[in-house]
Design a binder for this molecule. Structure first.
Ligand SMILES: Cc1cc2nc3c(=O)[nH]c(=O)nc-3n(C[C@H](O)[C@H](O)[C@H](O)COP(=O)(O)OP(=O)(O)OC[C@H]3O[C@@H](n4cnc5c(N)ncnc54)[C@H](O)[C@@H]3O)c2cc1C
Length: 415
């Protein structure tokens, strides 16, 4: 069952898959997105919504790594490793620690910078001005610290920001009181990133792109891909839970689940899931002008169109373990440490699976030894900040047009 010329199957309808699909459809390819879930129903559903974070620092950096042993001892801290999963995660954790060497940090930071630079312009291009203005707020973001002094990771971040020309403005305790009425005395200082932007609903951003995929002639199939089989003479047959599908080219954008499809093809990535949680307060008693991040507690408070989202923390526990609801609930204690009078109505809990590579840089491009198989995954903490521009780069690589940035730093073959 040969497919039509130029037909592409994109596996995964998260932010990365739909952005890739729309750029591919606009380039004239016949695109089908295959996912058992409706668009934007996995990790892209419940994140903190930052679509431009004008700071491109990878997760593993020297100052942060020093804090890890202390964090691991606290089961409700910003980073937790489930003991039952420790052996399985050990190889990835070792690579993650090695990625925290300063020379590698600088390479990763520059790769993230180049990818993230055009992301907002890509979203505007994908969904059009009106929908972009309805969904994205370009109002900045604030990082908050509970201590007066700066640590090593703050100094490394400041140096990378300086090198990349990222604009920041230090905020004193008095500035924080002025900008954020009711903020508790634990907030000692802050840093304003005036060029940051967030979406007021990540799910709606994904579905808006998905709608345009359909308008551009693409289609969605509600199926789970079980195996990708290379065909003699080129192309692939996909066995899904209900069908066989043929494709000249395949894009694996299946987020944290990508290795299940890549492994049988010998194209495995060092991909681990950093699970994260949110707690949604539908009727918050405070109104935030922009998202706030508390680095030492590993979480953010993001104003959404349907309430206040408390989101973040990292749990290394794989793809199978049930959520630990205490990690959602603790987010409310963190938020109340910052805003003691915070009330919010009946909260809802959520957990998502960040697809993380050790160096925090996503894998975008051709799979090794498979010329028609492309990979777009591994965005970790920055899938919304780099999803649109990933779609653009991926489509440029699939169609053989001039890439807008050097694709080498994102090559899946770099591992
Ligand atoms: C708490 C939290 C807060 C975050 N905050 C931010 C933020 O503020 N900004 C930011 O940039 N990032 C943030 N992130 C990270 C961001 O959400 C992810 O990087 C991003 O959503 C990943 O997108 P994706 O398309 O790769 O994966 P997903 O959205 O997970 O989509 C993958 C899709 O693949 C499908 N799939 C899997 N296997 C198969 C298969 N076999 N067949 C067919 N389909 C399959 C799944 O059903 C799913 O729909 C946050 C994450 C968390 C958990």
């Amino acid at each position: 069952m040969p497919g039509p010329d130029g037909n592409v199957i994109v596996i995964g309808a998260g932010i990365v898959g739909v952005s890739s699909a729309l750029y591919l459809a606009r380039a004239g390819l016949n695109v089908t997105v295959v996912d058992p879930l409706p668009p934007g129903s996995a990790t892209s559903f419940g994140n903190a919504g930052m679509v431009r974070h004008d700071c491109n620092v990878p997760v593993a950096i020297p100052g942060m790594l020093r804090q890890v042993p202390g964090w691991l001892l606290n089961p409700l801290g910003p980073l937790v490793l489930r003991p039952s999963y420790a052996l399985k995660a050990a190889p990835w954790l070792l690579r993650w620690i090695r990625a925290g060497r300063m020379d590698r940090v600088n390479i990763a930071a520059d790769a993230l910078w180049k990818l993230h630079e055009s992301n907002l312009a890509c979203y505007r291009d994908l969904i059009g001005n009106d929908t972009f203005e309805a969904l994205v707020r370009e109002v900045g973001g604030i990082q908050i610290w509970e201590s007066e002094g700066t640590g090593l990771s703050d100094r490394i971040t400041a140096e990378i920001n300086r090198r990349q020309g990222v604009v920041t403005e230090p905020l004193s305790r008095r500035d924080l009181e002025r900008l954020l009425p009711g903020i508790s005395p634990i907030a000692k200082r802050g840093l304003l990133y005036p060029n940051n932007a967030h979406t007021i609903n990540p799910h709606r951003l994904v579905t808006a792109i998905a709608d345009r995929v359909r308008q551009a002639g693409g289609s969605f199939a509600s199926e789970r891909v079980l195996k990708i089989i290379p065909r003699e003479g080129g192309g692939y047959t996909l066995i899904t839970n209900t069908a066989n599908r043929s494709a000249d080219k395949v894009v694996v954008a299946a987020g944290a689940w990508s290795n299940r499809l890549l492994e049988p093809l010998g194209a495995t990535l060092p991909l681990e899931t950093e699970r994260g949680y949110h707690l949604m307060l539908p009727s918050p008693s405070i109104e935030l002008p922009m998202p706030l991040q508390m680095k030492n507690r590993g979480f953010a408070l993001s104003p959404m169109e349907h309430g206040l989202r408390l989101a973040g923390t990292v749990e290394i526990a794989g793809l199978e373990a049930a959520p630990d609801e205490r990690r959602s609930e603790i987010l409310l204690s963190h938020a109340r440490a910052l805003f003691p009078d915070l009330k919010g109505g009946e909260p809802t809990m959520w957990m998502g699976y960040r697809p993380s590579l050790p160096d925090s840089v996503p894998a975008i491009g051709q799979a090794e030894r498979h010329r028609s198989l492309y990979i777009a995954t591994g965005h970790g903490h920055t899938g919304m900040i780099g999803g649109g521009s990933t779609g653009r780069l991926l489509a440029e690589l699939v169609t053989g047009s001039q890439p807008h940035i050097d694709p080498a730093p994102y090559s899946p073959a770099r591992f």
